[in-house]
Ligand binder design. Structure first.
Ligand SMILES: *Cc1c(COP(=O)(O)O)cnc(C)c1O
Length: 373
């Protein structure tokens, strides 16, 4: 299974359009110039496959990448030997040797992490690059305000041996442009910058970069938009603004079986779908084990022979059943069905499933991937 495996009958396939991802990257560069653009490739490039995505982005000119985990950074180092790699989890005494060995730059989230990295610099006898993450309201990662106050008073000592290459924070409500928390966090971030030694700054991810110039600072760090999500959509509302991003993920599956059922018959587990008329049901080779949310049961849609068809009944582990009665002719066994792509957008799928684009993309792990340039 997996990338590169050629099978006679590939039941389902995730086609990743590398050109769309690099085009989306360039769109961010254009929209935010002269601000630099780093690519966030955590979680295997949001499920799209970092082994292909990161080198393509590096070829497109991307010089900085963010990952969440240390192991992701170690993997990424081999893929983009020259790039700057930031690790959002930061520095822990146990992670220091690998951070140094693979030339990874930790995003330091606390005074404890700062101390660990500063000590590593002393032990190794070299200055080490570091990023500081200050918490401006997310209350998740980053220096809380009391630690920032201490750091500000003692930065000469506490940052000894460290080159501060970036100070960053993260917005909680960037996908809600009218939320006043955005401006609050912007002002807290400016206050934090004033308390620290001068360094390049970064606040915005995909959605934040669309809030206006004042959110750009020196570096923006989009993730989900590179993979096709609309960064100008308010969470849960699929049609607010046209999407400037190109579709990067196309998920298709083959029809395994087609059958006619009588009016009143049911489909699938727990018999949640009942045919109101004689109907035609097509079963396709995808299920929740592939990452199709079970919440799409009796809610989702697919495209078959150019027509939209509803999901009928529960999503199973390996199968989805579609009511294809509305099609002019019964689909053939082996016909391709689009579940996600140009017609059924990431935003629409996320909205129907009651989740966000991030979760839809990162769950698509069993499906073999193929890459289109
Ligand atoms: C995941 C993440 C990003 C990227 O966010 P998107 O919304 O996918 O653009 C940027 N910064 C931090 C700190 C993150 O955790």
């Amino acid at each position: 299974m997996g990338e590169g495996t050629k099978q006679d009958f590939e039941a389902a396939r995730l086609t990743v359009r590398l050109k769309a991802i690099t085009a989306n990257y360039r769109t961010y560069c254009r929209l935010t110039a002269p601000t630099a653009v780093a690519a966030v490739v955590k979680a295997d490039a949001y499920g799209m496959g970092v082994a292909k995505v990161a080198p393509a982005l590096a070829d497109a000119g991307c010089e900085s990448f963010f990952v969440a985990r240390l192991e992701e950074g170690v993997t990424l180092r081999k893929l983009v030997p020259k790039a700057r790699i930031f690790v959002l989890d930061g520095a822990h005494p146990d992670s220091v040797p690998a951070l140094i060995r693979y030339r990874l730059t930790p995003v330091l989230n606390s005074l404890t992490q700062i101390a660990a990295w500063s000590a590593a610099s002393e032990v190794s006898g070299t200055a080490l690059d570091a990023v500081l993450h200050v918490d401006t309201g997310m209350n998740r990662l980053g220096l809380p305000s009391d630690e920032l106050t201490i750091l500000s008073a003692e930065h000469g000592k506490r940052l000894a041996g460290l080159n501060l290459v970036l100070v960053m924070s993260h917005l909680a409500c960037a996908d809600q442009p009218d939320n006043k928390m955005n401006a609050d966090q912007l002002s807290r971030f400016r206050q934090a910058l004033a308390m620290l030694p001068p360094a390049p700054a970064s606040l915005a991810a995909s959605h934040g970069a669309m809030l206006g110039l004042e959110y750009h600072f020196d570096l923006v760090r989009p993730g989900v938009a590179l993979y096709g999500a609309n960064p100008q959509v308010r969470e849960g509302k699929a049609s607010t603004s046209p999407n400037l991003m190109q579709t990067a993920a196309v998920l298709t599956a083959k029809v395994l079986q087609v059958r006619r059922i009588d009016s009143g018959e049911s489909v699938g587990y727990a018999a949640t779908f009942h045919a109101k008329r004689p109907s035609m049901i097509a079963t396709i080779a995808l299920g929740y084990a592939d990452g199709i949310p079970r919440a799409l049961s009796n809610k989702g849609v697919a495209v078959l022979k150019g027509g939209r068809v509803p999901i009928a009944g529960r999503i199973s582990m390996d199968l989805v059943t579609l009511d294809v009665s509305g099609l002019a002719a019964a689909p053939e066994i082996g016909a391709d069905v689009e579940i996600l792509g140009d017609t059924i957008t990431l935003g629409e799928v996320a909205e129907l499933a009651g989740t966000n684009e991030y979760e839809i993309l990162t769950r698509l792990r069993r499906v073999p991937k193929s890459y289109e340039d």
